[in-house]
Design a protein around this ligand. Structure first.
Ligand code: GLY
Length: 294
């Protein structure tokens, strides 16, 4: 009989200049426990990734779901994606408003449609049709003055994109991410998170990758798929992740961090920012959650 794979889950809560708080660290440990519980019960990696990310979205402690950043017109617009490494099915939503779990909406796109990406109010209507939990935030729409907005300096909120990668007992890997974007962004801006191959990628022939950081640079180098391609050619997860992050810094001046897991259970957590709130757990001892990796 084929020996089952050892389940493994990794989560992140953003990469940047600020160290995570105790509450964020506890929440990441809870997200690891929730995802690992799914895997322990022989659940699919896709389900584990969704379950971990939902917990982070609902916490309000990260830049996703309840805690999502506002765009410069005062509105929260969120992005998420999820991918199954067994058959390359993927689902994503971009610029959705008033949804507590954009990751659930992304998974519904994967499961219920032939599409990969739905955007804007139509994506929100799609999610509501399937009863994805809504939430009402006290947001006030700000009148737009593009001249002022384009000159606005970036601020830092200290919150981050959330994401997860997992390996299940059948040897399938999956990746997902959910975000409220970056700190200072024009209305309608979409980052790497809902773009398959940029913020998220999973393929049982190579790896599952979930990114966090400034989306503009990540998009330009299609980092998640590029890391997977390197693993497919035989490079290890940490070496591949470091090579792509080096390219990100040197070629486009980007900053990011990522989670990588291979179908054989090799994994890496790597960042070129001062901190990346992240952790991993294989079910033994306690989950490892730290702010500086490796
Ligand atoms: N990585 C999240 C974003 O740039 O939107």
């Amino acid at each position: 009989m084929k020996r089952p794979f050892s389940p493994l889950i990794l989560v992140h809560g953003g990469a940047g200049k600020r160290r995570m708080t105790r509450m964020q660290a506890d929440c990441l440990a809870e997200a690891l426990a929730a995802g690992h519980e799914v895997l322990r019960r022989d659940g699919a990696a896709l389900m584990a990734v969704e379950s971990s990310i939902q917990l982070l979205e609902a916490s309000g402690l990260f830049n996703a779901g309840r805690g999502a950043n506002r765009q410069l017109d005062g509105v929260q617009r969120m992005d998420a994606s999820i991918m199954d490494g067994a058959d390359l099915r993927a689902g994503a939503v971009a610029s959705v408003e008033g949804i507590l779990h954009p990751i659930a909406a992304a998974k519904l796109v994967l499961e219920k449609t032939d599409h990969v990406l739905l955007v804007g109010p139509s994506a929100g209507r799609f999610a509501r049709h399937f009863n994805v939990l809504r939430y009402r935030s006290s947001q006030k729409r700000v009148r737009m003055d593009y001249t002022a907005l384009l000159n606005r300096r970036r601020t830092r909120s200290g919150h981050g994109t959330v994401g997860a990668v997992a390996l299940d007992r059948s040897g399938t890997i999956s990746a997902g991410a959910s975000t409220g974007g970056i700190d200072t962004m024009l209305p309608g801006r979409v980052g790497d998170t809902p773009l398959i191959g940029c913020g998220v990628y999973a393929d049982n022939r190579s790896a599952a990758v979930s990114m966090t950081g400034l989306g503009e640079g990540i998009i330009r180098l299609a980092i998640a798929k590029s890391v997977c391609d390197r693993l497919r050619m035989g490079t290890g997860p940490e070496k591949a992740a470091k090579a792509l992050l080096h390219e990100l810094v040197t070629r486009v001046g980007g900053r990011a961090g990522m989670l990588v897991v291979s179908p054989s259970g090799q994994f890496a957590l790597v960042h070129v920012t001062p901190y990346m709130a992240a952790g991993w757990w294989n079910g033994t001892n306690r989950p490892t959650v730290k702010a500086v990796w490796p």
